[in-house]
Design a binder for this molecule. Structure first.
Ligand SMILES: [Zn+2]
Length: 136
């Protein structure tokens, strides 16, 4: 008889991504599975056939236990606050950023500032993104 129970790992993910029709601005919620399909199209109520940018993958990240360092700053940095980061990343993914882009933007925003709310972090990330795309 097994007495020690292992924690279950998630094996799949389901969720929805929003696309907006460029013609009539109708919102379309598409499941990850649909958006992953290379030939997936949305037929809008305005008769427009919308090709969507295919989502390659959405990964599941487990919360890692960090070893507490006694010399660490109180509160820690926002990048360690994984629920805040995950929430922000999800929002950025909804905006069409790739996971790598989102993570890069989040970590560069967190380098200079600690965030306690997802809203603040998103605002900072989007501001930074606007600045960096103006430079190019
Ligand atoms: Zn439409």
């Amino acid at each position: 008889m097994i007495t020690k129970k292992k924690k279950l790992r998630p094996v799949d993910i389901e969720g929805y991504i929003k696309y907006i029709c460029h013609n009539c601005l109708q919102e379309h919620w598409v499941s990850f599975k649909e958006a992953k399909h290379p030939k997936f199209v949305i037929v809008c109520r305005c008769d427009e056939t919308l090709k969507v940018k295919t989502v390659e993958s959405i990964s599941i990240k487990h919360i890692k236990k960090h070893k507490k360092n006694s010399t660490a700053q109180p509160g820690g940095s926002a990048i360690e606050n994984s629920s805040l980061v995950n929430e922000t990343r999800d929002v950025l993914l909804n905006y069409g950023f790739s996971k790598t882009e989102a993570d890069g933007l989040i970590s560069s925003a967190c380098e200079k500032q600690n965030f306690t709310t997802c809203e603040d972090l998103i605002k900072c990330v989007l501001t930074k993104f606007g600045e960096s795309s103006n430079v190019k």
